[in-house]
Design a protein around this ligand. Structure first.
Ligand code: ZN
Ligand code: ZN
Length: 410
C-alpha cells in the first residue's frame, strides 16, 4: 500500500486540489486511511500550505449514531459540527475528501433517518456547497481501500487479497500506477477538454438516448449549455474535483425531459443498494419511480424537495473507459459513475450554463438549471447506448454509437 499512498497523495495534492503556497487545507479522512492521510498532509506542507486540519470519520461511530439517535437529534446537530467545513468557504481553502468505508455500512439503519440527516447536513453546509459547486473553492474526492468494501467487491477472495486487489484497481483508475501521476492527469484532462469543446460547439438543443435495456428519453439542453470535464478552473488555478474522472457533463433543461430512463447499474446510496431503477419523466418531472430493491430509499431521494423531482446532470462516459473495462461494480458512485453515462437526480452545477456562476437562483431557474438539496448520480450507459443530438440549425448528429463517442465527438 506504500506505493498507492505515495501516488494517491501526490495525485490529490498536485492535480486534485492543487495546493498553493499559503492556503489552508481541510482533509476529511477515515480511521482506516491514516497512513495515506499522513502522506497527504506532508505533501500539503511541502507545497507551502499554511495550515492543514484533518477530521477522521469512523464508520462504526456513524452506525452507532444512526442506531441510537432520534431523527430530531440527527437533524439538529450543534452548529460547530458544520462551522468547521463552512470555514473553508470563508477562507477559500482546499478540501480533500477521502472515501474509505463499507458501502453497506448503514444497511440496517432506518432509511428515513438517513435521508433526513443527509438533507439537514446539506442544508447546514450550504455555504460550503454553494462555493464548491460553482468552483469558487478547490475540492477533491478520492477513495481508499476499506476491508469491507473490498470484500463486497471480491467476495471470493480472502480479505487480504481482496483489499490488495481493490488497491490495484484504485491505482489503475486514478492513474497513479504511472511513474508520473501528475503528467498522466494533465494528458487525460486535455483529452476530456477536447470532447467538451466539440460538444459545446455543436449547438445542441436536445439529445435522444436509446438502448435495448429500455432507456428511451429526450433530454433538452439549456440555452448556453456548457459541457465540462477534467480540470476545473478556480480563480485561474486548475483542480480536479473527482479522482477518478472520465466524464464530460452538463445540465439538462429540467423542464424539458420526456421518456423512460432505466439504470444500467445498481446505485449505492448512504449504505443502501437500490437496484433496477426505472424513472418516467414528463415535462422534466419524475412522474413514476420504480426499483426492485430499496424503492423507499429512491422515493425518499425524489421526495426531498421540488428540485429532486427532476434531473440536474447529464454526463457522457464512453463504455470503453478504464473503469468500465474492469467490468466490476465498485458499489461506490465515484467509480461507478465513471464507468458509465449517467444522470443525477436533483441539483445542477450553475457552471453548466455560460455565466452561470454569477447568476442568481432566479436567473438560473429561468434557464432550466435545477435547484435541490440533493444530487444523486445514477448510471444509464450500456454497450449498445445510442445518443443522437438535434441542433439549433436543424441537424441531427450522432454523439454516441455502441456505447462510445462517435469520431466526430471523440
Ligand atoms: Zn457526473
Ligand atoms: Zn454527479
Amino acid at each position: 500500500m506504500k506505493k498507492l499512498n505515495k501516488g494517491l497523495a501526490k495525485a490529490v495534492v498536485y492535480s486534485g486540489v492543487n495546493v498553493q503556497a499559503g492556503e489552508e487545507v481541510y482533509v476529511i479522512s477515515s480511521v482506516d486511511a491514516v497512513e495515506l492521510t499522513h502522506e497527504i498532509v506532508k505533501l500539503c506542507y511541502e507545497r507551502g500550505a499554511k495550515r492543514v486540519i484533518v477530521r477522521y470519520r469512523d464508520g462504526e461511530l456513524t452506525k452507532l449514531d444512526f442506531a441510537h439517535q432520534s431523527v430530531e437529534t440527527l437533524t439538529n446537530k450543534p452548529k460547530f459540527v458544520y462551522d468547521e467545513r463552512n470555514y473553508y468557504a470563508d477562507v477559500d481553502g482546499c478540501v480533500i475528501n477521502i472515501i474509505c468505508e463499507d458501502p453497506n455500512g448503514l444497511e440496517h439503519a432506518d432509511a428515513a433517518k438517513i435521508t433526513a440527516a443527509r438533507r439537514a447536513d446539506m442544508k447546514n453546509l450550504s455555504p460550503y456547497y454553494d462555493k464548491a459547486m460553482s468552483h469558487k473553492i478547490k475540492w477533491s474526492i478520492i477513495a481508499y481501500p476499506h476491508p469491507a468494501w473490498a470484500k463486497l467487491m471480491f467476495p471470493d477472495l480472502k480479505e487480504r487479497d481482496a483489499y490488495k486487489k481493490l488497491g490495484k484497481y484504485i491505482a489503475k483508475t486514478t492513474r497513479v500506477d504511472n511513474d508520473d501521476p501528475v503528467k498522466a492527469w494533465k494528458k487525460h484532462s486535455e483529452k476530456l477538454k477536447t470532447r467538451c469543446d466539440r460538444l459545446n460547439a455543436a449547438g445542441i438543443t436536445r439529445m435522444h438516448y436509446k438502448n435495448k435495456l429500455g432507456t428511451d428519453v429526450y433530454v433538452g439542453l439549456p440555452e448556453g449549455y456548457v459541457f465540462s470535464g477534467g480540470a476545473e478552473d478556480c480563480n485561474g488555478v486548475m483542480f480536479h474535483a473527482n479522482m477518478p474522472t472520465e466524464e464530460v457533463f452538463s445540465a439538462p433543461d429540467c423542464r424539458n425531459i420526456d421518456g423512460v430512463i432505466k439504470a444500467a447499474m445498481p446505485l449505492c446510496y448512504n449504505g443502501k443498494i437500490i437496484e433496477n431503477i426505472e424513472l418516467t419523466l414528463k415535462g422534466g418531472r419524475i412522474t413514476e419511480a420504480k426499483a426492485s430493491t430499496n424503492q423507499d430509499v429512491l422515493q425518499g431521494i425524489i421526495d426531498t424537495d421540488e428540485g429532486s423531482r427532476s434531473l440536474g446532470e447529464i454526463a457522457l462516459v464512453p463504455y470503453d473507459s478504464p473503469i468500465s473495462k474492469l467490468n466490476t461494480l465498485f458499489y461506490e458512485t465515484l467509480f461507478d459513475e465513471n464507468a458509465s453515462c449517467h444522470f443525477a437526480i436533483g441539483q445542477a452545477y450553475p457552471t453548466c450554463v455560460k455565466g452561470g456562476d454569477s447568476m442568481s437562483k432566479e436567473e438560473l431557474s429561468k434557464r432550466g438549471i435545477n435547484d435541490s438539496d440533493v444530487h444523486v448520480d445514477f448510471m444509464v450507459g450500456t454497450k449498445d447506448l445510442e445518443i443522437t443530438a438535434e441542433t439549433k440549425d436543424g441537424k441531427t448528429l450522432k454523439v454516441f454509437e455502441n456505447g462510445n463517442f462517435t469520431k466526430d465527438f471523440e
